[in-house]
Design a protein around this ligand. Structure first.
Ligand code: PLP
Length: 349
């Protein structure tokens, strides 16, 4: 049995103007925390946001036993607040935890943690069109011990931060053929901390050369497109929506899944398959209309205007009538309550 969540609120709540600040800088007033010890979850609480006290021996600081999720709450047109696709995020969180040998979180502990925190901090859900409340559930290993082993103690936490438009400009990306993000049998399909630390260096190099992001390729051939930075990669070629299949090295993005579902419903041809950088270069060289974009919770759809493949730059289509914008709009309409939520994606709190 998971514990009941106790709630302690701040006497005075303040919502600051966070619009001008970079994404994720300002947490809301409260956070959720539960402790895992002796094989069970306890002390589940919503409390005022505060810094943690950790032993310098805490295992998460040394061996990367950390897992996170990223999801959003939206204010609907009728003023109600919904959390988008809790179930799908829970499934992925559970999968990541299993892969990292971390304790299972019961489903109602996960969803109650999120909904009770969002309720307490509901003033922080932006009401304007592009705004949302970014929700970050995560778990860290806290056992104080230098030895390399699975931790016996953990914290499961949730923090939130108001979010506005993520990328303002269409991206310039470079197909990466020297470094890889994930290899078969590795942790590429989980949201564990180490995947991101390892991606900084190649991304940094791409930035030095004038690109915003890398397009990762597979670890064996450096040929097949995998992801776009920390987003799933999607292309529209000849009106067909193409995205790399989930082969184990690619994260099963919730936005990816939502966009594919919406596209299929709209009668758009969808292909989940391998797509090589050569196929991409050929389509661009033949003058085909190619849309390219990243799909993820933070940006939803991040249009790509330029792709560099083997030192040659190609331009992608970013015109107003691009399919990617229609798909983004459809998702937006579901979240806002403009379009019926036929899949039950919105959890209204
Ligand atoms: C989180 C993430 C995504 C996008 O997943 P969403 O569920 O759509 O936010 C894609 N790739 C990587 C590597 C990620 O970490």
């Amino acid at each position: 049995m998971e514990p009941v969540i106790s709630i302690t609120t701040q006497a005075e709540r303040k919502v600051t103007d966070t619009k001008s600040l970079p994404f994720g800088k300002i947490p809301t007033e409260h956070m959720f925390v539960a402790e895992y010890a002796g094989g069970k979850w306890q002390n589940a609480q919503v409390v005022p946001f505060h810094d943690l006290t950790l032993s310098p021996l805490a295992m998460c600081l040394h061996y990367g036993q950390t897992v996170f999720e990223g999801m959003k709450a939206f204010m609907m047109n009728d003023g109600k607040i919904n959390v988008f696709r809790i179930d799908k995020h829970y499934e992925r969180f559970s999968k990541s935890l299993r892969r990292m040998c971390m304790p299972h979180v019961p489903k109602n502990l996960f969803s109650d943690a999120i909904t009770s925190l969002v309720k307490v901090d509901s003033d922080w859900v932006p009401s304007d069109e592009e705004g949302s409340l970014y929700i970050r559930p995560f778990m860290i290993a806290t056992e104080p011990r230098i030895g390399i082993k699975e931790s016996d103690n953990y914290l499961f936490m949730v923090v939130c931060s108001p979010a506005f438009q993520y990328y303002s400009e269409p991206l310039r990306v470079r197909v990466e053929t020297d470094y890889v993000r994930a290899a078969e049998g590795g942790t590429g399909d989980t949201k564990c901390g180490g995947n991101y630390g390892g991606a900084f260096f190649p991304t940094h190099k791409a930035k030095e050369d004038g690109y915003d992001q890398v397009l990762w390729t597979d670890s064996v051939h450096h040929e097949y497109i995998e992801e776009s930075g920390t987003m799933n990669a999607m292309f529209v070629i000849d009106g067909i929506l193409i995205t790399p299949a989930l082969t184990g090295t690619i994260l099963d993005g919730v936005t990816r899944n939502s966009l594919l579902t919406v596209a299929r419903e709209k009668g758009i041809a969808v292909e989940e398959r391998r797509i090589s950088r050569h196929e991409l270069a050929e389509a661009l060289e033949d003058g085909k209309r190619v849309e390219a974009f990243g799909a993820g919770t933070a940006a939803v759809v991040a249009p790509i205007k330029t792709i560099a493949i083997h030192h040659k730059e190609y331009n992608c289509y970013i015109g107003e009538d691009a399919l990617m914008y229609q798909l983004k709009k459809h998702l937006f309409d579901i979240r806002k309550g403009n379009t019926p939520d036929v899949h039950g994606w919105n959890t209204i709190i």
